[in-house]
Design a protein around this ligand. Sequence first.
Ligand code: ACM
Length: 759
Amino acid sequence: MKILKYVLPLLLTFTQCTKKIVKPVEPAIIPIPEYQEIKNGTFILSNATHVSGDSDMSIMLEYFNAYLETNLLIKPNSNKEKNSIDFLIDKEIKNDEEYYLSITKNNIQIKSKTAKGAFYGVQSLLQLLPAKSNAKKISIQCLEIKDKPQFAYRGMHLDVARHMFPVSFIKKYIDLISSLKFNTFHWHLTEDQGWRIEIKKYPKLQEIAAFRDETLIGHYNDQPQKYDGKRYGGYYTQEEIKEIVKYASERFVNIIPEIEMPGHSQAAIAAYPELGCTGEKVEVATKWGVFDEVYCPTETTFKFLEDVIDEVVELFPGKYIHIGGDEAPKIKWKNSKFCQQLIKEKNLKDEHGLQSYFIRRMEKYINSKGKQIIGWDEILEGGLAPNATVMSWRGIEGAVKAVKEHHNVIMTPTSHCYFDYYQSENENEPLAIGGFLPLEKVYSFNPIPNELTKEESKYVLGAQGNIWTEYMKTPEKVEYMAFPRAIALAEVLWSKPEHKNFEDFKNRLMVFQKKLKAKEVNFANHLHEISGNLSENKNNELIYTLTSSSGNSIIRYTLDGTNPNITSEAYTSPFTINNSTNIKAASFNNGEQISAIYSTKVNLHKAVGKKINLNVEPHRSYNAGGKQAMINGVSGSNKRYGDKEWLGFSGEDVNITIDLDTLTTVNTIKMRFHNGNGQWIYAPKKIKIYFSSDCNVKKKLDFIPIKNRDSLLVNVNIKLKDVKASKVFIEIPNYGIIPEGKQGAGFKAWTFIDEIIIE
Ligand code: ACM
C-alpha cells in the first residue's frame, strides 16, 4: 500500500505531462442504450488502429475517419496495425436502426443490418471518446452494448421563415440532432413573414415573398408595438438545399420540407395577389401571429401549389411532404362569393369542409408523386384526407382522434415539445414566446397517449421537438432554446421507458455538455438552478424550502435582499417565515457561483396559508402551482404568465372562495390579471367581490368594472371600509369572445390570475 501511495501520483504526473494517453471517458451515453455492460480494460485508439468495414459501410467509414481526424487528430489505417475497428453487416439483425457495439482490448466491433444502424453505433462510440484531444493515444472503456430505438420517428423541427439561418448552421443543427440519434429534420420553409425555398417557376417568391420591410422588436405583447425599420430576408437556393439534403443523408437524417397551406401564406400572396380571395395587394408580414390572408381555393392557386410541389419533390427524396394546415382563419372564405359557391357546388358543410377539400385535393396530387402528406392537427377539421399523417400540436386530442380513424400520428404537443417556451422561471431568461417547459417536463413526456390501447399505440410513429423562431434571431439563440431540451427528447424517443431516470440523465448530461462546448454550442444550463416553495409544517408554521436541480452543489442564501456570495449562509433545511421576506439564493461549487440568482419575495398577507376553493380547475398546462398559488404570498413574474404562480383558465368564468378561518378585518384586496392579447389572454371586464362573516352572506357588492385594461398586467386594487369577513367570494367572468382583427378572434379568451392579496 505504501509503495502505491508514492508511485501512483508519480505515474499520474507522468501521463499528464506527456499527454500520451488520455484516461477513458466514463460511459454516460445519451440516449441511454437498451443493454450496456461495462467490461474490464481499455482499447487504445491511435494512428496504429486499423478501421475496416463491409462495402455497404463506405459512407460510415468516411464519416468516422473524418471525425477522428478533425476532432482527435487521429488518422487510423497506417500499416503499423496494432488493433482494429470493424464495421460488419449482420443480416440476422431485424431493425435497420439497431446496432451491437463490442469494445475489447484489441478490437471494436460494430454490427448492424444497415449503415444506418452502424451510424448509431458510432454515435455511442464517439460519446466514449473525449470531445477534442491532441493526445496520440486515446483509451476507450471496454464494454458491450445492444441497442435499438423505441420510436421510428424521432424529429426536430426548425422554422427558418420567422428568422433565417446560414447553410452552415443548418448543417450544424443536423449534425447535432443526428448525434442524438434523431432521424428526421422538419424544415419549416414558408410563412407569412417569408418564403425561404427557391421555386424557379415563380421568381417573385424570391424577389418579393422572401423579404419583409421590417420586423417587430421585443415581444408581441409589448405596447406600443415597435419595428426595427430594417429589410430582412433571403432564401435557400435549390443548390444549397441539395447540399443540405446530401449532408443530412450522410447522417441518416430525412428532411421533411413544410410548404404551408392554406394559412400562413401571406408572403406568397404578397408576391402573387391572385392567390388570395380578394386579389388585393398585401405585404409580407412584419409581425408574428395568425393572419386572415389565406390561399383562395381557385384553380390558379392549385396550379401554383402543384407547380411548387413539382419542384419540392425533386429536391427532397424522403417519403413525406408537410402541408401545414394549421391556423387558417376562415373569414376571407366566408366573405368570398367564389368560396361560398364552391361550398355549394362541392356539397361541403361549411368553410371547414372547404379546408378539408383543399387538403384532400393537394394530398391526391402529392400522392400521385409517390409521396405522403403530414399536416398539423387542424387537418382533422371537416374530415381527414385519406392517407394523411397527423402532427398533434394543440395537445394530444388530435392524435387520439386520428388514431381512432386509423391514421398515423406524430406527437408534438405544446405542453412537452415546444422548445420556444421558457425553460426557466428566472426573470433574466432571454425573451421567449411565453409558456414554461423545463427540461424535466420534456424528459417526463410519454408520447403514447393514455387513451390509446396497445394495438392503437402502433399508430404513434414518434414525436418531435419544435423550434419556432419568432424570438430567435441568431443561431446562438436557437441553440440555447433547443439544447438541452432536445437531448431529453432524444432519450424519450430512443430509450426504453423503464431505463429513464432524470437524476441519472442529469449526470450524463453534465458529461455531454463537454461535447457541446467542444462543438461551440450555446446550450442552456439550468442544471444547478434553484427553486423555492412556501408551505406549512406540522406546527402550522410557514416554512420555505430551497432546492437545487442538481445534488452536487451548495445552496447559499440571504434574507435581506442582497445577492448571495460564498460567505452567505449555507442552506441545510427549510427555514420559518414570520414576516414578509426577500429571499435570494444561488448554487455554489468549489467557491464558484454556478447558477443564476433565484430571487423571490414572500408577502405575508392575511390570506396566506388559508383555504381556497375554485368552481373550475385551472387548465392543466397552467396549473403548476395549484389553486393554493393564488394565496401563497408569492406573486408571479412581471414579464410572463407561464410560471407556477400564475394560473390560467381557458374560457371559463372563475368563482373563488377564500376561507379566512376567523373573522378578519379586510381593508384592501389586490389582484393582478395578465392581459397578453397576442396569446389570447384577456383581463376580465369586471369582477364581483362579496363577504360572509359566518354562513350568511353579509355584504354583496355590485360588479366592479376593471379599468386601465390596456397594459400587459392589469392591477385591481379594491379599498374597503368596515369589512369584517371570515370568507371572501370573488367572481371573475371570462372576458368573452375575442373580437375580429385580434389573434384568436372568434374563440373564448383565457383568464390568467396571479396572487390575491388580502390586507
Ligand atoms: C403551430 O404551432 N402553429 C403548428
